[in-house]
Design a protein around this ligand. Structure first.
Ligand code: ADP
Ligand code: MG
Length: 704
């Protein structure tokens, strides 16, 4: 074994990013400062700045081996899109020169008619436009052979200016929350802050499996999850995988992954084994939500490529395997001022704590008022299989605050004395507010929305989802609560008294959302129901909450999504749900008809001859006949269920109405898929493994 040479972070980190350091080096001071004004303060970008920036970017990219550039954007499919153009244009003498100017940088016009638009774009105006989002730096994508493409993060919008992507509404929501947070801070006497930015650190969970097994499983290849598979003799019951020692093969994959992430400026920081066998996590250091979103999209792409280089396949699906943990994306969220102060960090002074408590109240109110909308933010057919299942957060939204913080709020609300570290306090106010304990040692792992000391961890987000949606929703609902609080303080005669009143009202009206116990327990389900909390168990119902009057008003008021944009998203996501279940059904049918049932017939044949032969020799065939009988019963049942599913699927596919169709897929098709699985999984447990046509759970989860 040889140790590698000293790792030089400085040489690797951000080497493929056109970051501020690179810009400063390559641009004149004047241009650089003008660009910074656009990046940091949102000043419009003019061509006289864009042109030299494009020149510098092109030179840098070509020096690093790039031949092409691409506007890189995030359509509503949830993944990213790119169309490459070579820098090259022919010159008049039969040669070629490199071309890339300000106008290529600022705006693109991909022929985008095949992206989902939910009716936002009629075919006659099918063009979509992409516009440079200079707050997210350009970067180079390198493939395994070293071919390089310059990628420019862009927003994607229609001819009429409507958002066709996930980035535009996210950026709008960042403005919305910043405006309201700055307004509140001003009222509290903090006049210097110009901007408040949501910060996000998304922890990404994933599975790794041997590529050889993956290619033998049509369900994994087409649906990202196993549609069949009996439970392995060993699951995760020994709890020996979580934080366990990382196998060499996996750690060398992780090392490669980190290097690739660092190159494109993703500050990958933490890696470990997760709860299920073959499950892992990677988490970067947190950053501005817009950058964190771009980075997470890029991470999901890189992780799959690097896995392949190691002969592995990375599964990002929320529930690749039934019976063991699913994968999520824990979205750690906080608010930070342009001066670097974290507004969710309880401060050391009473004044800071007043501020902290108001922001906390804004969150409590926002989450309680908008449980339905926040639930919709995480709704996909994949995540339906995870939420509420093995150790995932339940579909019921609640907030974990920890006992101490909860007690402080409750006592303030009741006007009671409360005690912290031997000091007694009577009421909230700049002079009297206690220091709030900083370290929340009680790290509740079961809560879907947990306060973890200086940030909230939203754990419902699915592992394959873009984090843009959940964050734009979080930003918008919190903006609305901050608006309400600021409005009250503006009218108030005395800020301290009004703060007490706000805390009182928050507790009175919204404390039902606070739950510090075990969210996985059955009692919580009952208790939550008593408290009137929502338990939205499926994607279709969840998305319906995005088109209520409340949702329309909310997103319109804060200029995050127009009514049209909201409806188009609703249409797309609900349609996606039906399409995904349709794909799963078709895949299941294909596997059953062409793999499982034929292999069962093969075995029935073998077994029948064995019975005949044994009988001829005078042997007792009673048990063999039992087995044959059991297999035949399962076979007939599976065959019948498959035929039934096929008929129902054809009916479901012919339904025109989007909502009706999705409900049909949810209530009929999904259930029938599940029923079919039961027979096939039973057959797997009794059939000889050498005849069974697909790799088993034991193969996939343990042979790594
Ligand atoms: P856990 O113990 O929850 O698994 P990890 O270390 O895996 O914690 O991930 C925590 C994530 O939270 C990291 O991405 C980290 O950078 C991020 N984080 C830390 N502080 C903040 C903050 N103030 N705002 C947003 N994210 C944060
Ligand atoms: Mg973690």
């Amino acid at each position: 074994m040889t140790m590698k040479n000293k790792f030089d972070f400085k040489k690797i980190f951000g080497i493929n990013v056109f970051n501020k350091k690179e810009m400063k080096k390559r641009l004149t001071k004047d241009i650089y400062l003008k660009l910074l004004k656009t990046i940091d303060e949102g000043e419009p970008l003019t061509l006289d700045v864009a042109n030299p920036v494009a020149d510098a970017m092109r030179e840098w990219a070509i020096e690093r081996g790039a031949t092409h550039y691409s506007h890189w954007f995030q359509p509503l499919t949830g993944s990213t899109a790119e169309k490459h153009d070579a820098f090259l244009i022919p010159d008049k003498e039969g040669g070629a020169i490199a071309e890339f100017s300000g106008k290529h940088l600022i705006k693109g016009e991909p022929d985008a008619s095949s992206f989902p638009s939910g009716g936002l774009r009629a075919t006659f105006e099918a063009r979509g436009y992409t516009a440079w989002d200079c707050t997210s730096p350009a970067f180079l994508k390198e493939n395994i052979k070293g071919d390089v493409t310059l990628c420019i993060p862009t927003a994607f919008y229609s001819y009429t200016g409507e958002a066709l992507d996930k980035k535009i509404p996210l950026l709008r929501s960042m403005d919305a929350i910043s405006i309201q947070a700055v307004r509140l801070l001003k009222l509290l006497g903090n006049k210097k802050v110009k901007k408040v930015i949501p910060m996000v650190g998304p922890e990404q969970e994933y599975f790794l499996i041997e590529k050889e097994f993956y290619t033998k499983r049509l369900d994994l290849m087409l649906c990202g999850r196993t549609l069949f598979g009996a439970p392995p003799p060993k699951g995760q019951e020994l709890e020996d995988h979580y934080f366990g020692p990382i196998k060499d093969r996996v750690s060398s994959f992780m090392a490669d992954l980190d290097t690739e992430l660092w190159k494109v400026g993703i500050p990958s920081k933490t890696r470990h084994n997760e709860v299920s066998p073959a499950q892992f996590e990677v988490a970067p250091y947190f950053s501005h939500v817009n950058i964190a979103t771009d980075h997470n999209q890029l991470l999901m792409e890189i992780i799959q490529k690097v896995a392949l280089r190691h002969g592995l396949v990375c599964l990002l699906h929320e529930k690749p395997f039934a019976g063991v943990n699913g994968s999520g994306k824990h979205n750690n969220w906080s608010l930070i001022t342009n001066e670097g102060e974290n507004l969710l960090d309880p401060g050391n002074t009473p004044h800071k704590n007043l501020q902290f408590l108001l922001f906390l109240c804004a969150l409590i109110r926002a989450i309680d008022k908008n449980q339905d909308i926040l639930r919709a933010a995480c709704a996909t057919s994949g995540n339906d299989l995870r939420l509420g299942a093995n150790e995932a957060p339940p579909a019921i939204i609640s907030i974990f605050l920890g006992d101490e913080l909860t007690e402080i709020l409750e006592k303030i609300a009741k006007g009671e004395k409360f005690k912290i570290k031997d000091k007694q306090f009577l009421k909230v106010g700049v002079d009297t507010l206690p220091t709030i304990p900083k370290d929340n040692t009680d790290r509740n792992r079961t809560s879907p929305f947990a306060f973890t000391g200086n940030k909230f961890e939203f754990r419902m987000v699915g592992s394959s989802m873009s984090i843009a949606g959940p964050n734009l929703i979080l930003n918008t609902i919190v903006a609305e609560s901050l608006d309400e609080i600021a409005h009250r303080l503006e009218k108030a005669k005395n800020i301290n008294n009004e703060t007490t009143e706000i805390i009182k009202d928050t507790i009175k009206n919204h404390s039902r959302i606070v739950f510090n116990g075990d969210n996985y327990s059955e009692e919580w389900k009952n208790e939550a129901e008593k408290r009137g909390l929502l338990n939205i168990t499926n994607t279709v119902d969840a998305h319906l909450s995005m088109i209520t009057e409340k949702a329309k008003e909310l997103f319109e008021k804060y200029k995050v999504l127009s009514k049209n944009e909201l409806y188009s998203r609703f249409e797309i996501y609900v349609e996606q749900y039906s399409k995904q279940i349709a794909i799963e059904s078709k895949t299941a049918l294909k596997m059953v008809k062409t793999q499982y049932l034929p292999s069962v017939i093969k075995y029935i044949n073998l077994l029948s001859s064995a019975i005949v032969n044994t009988k001829q020799c005078g042997g007792n065939t009673e048990k063999m006949e039992d087995l044959l009988n059991k297999i035949t019963v399962c076979f007939n049942s599976a065959k019948k269920k498959a035929e039934d599913l096929e008929n129902e699927l054809n009916n479901a596919l012919s339904i025109e109405d989007t909502i009706q169709k999705a409900k049909n897929f949810r209530d009929k098709i999904f259930t029938k898929n599940h029923e079919l699985r039961k027979d096939i999984d039973t057959l797997e447990t009794i059939m000889p493994s050498d005849i069974w046509p697909t790799p088993t759970y034991s193969d996939m989860l343990y042979r790594l």
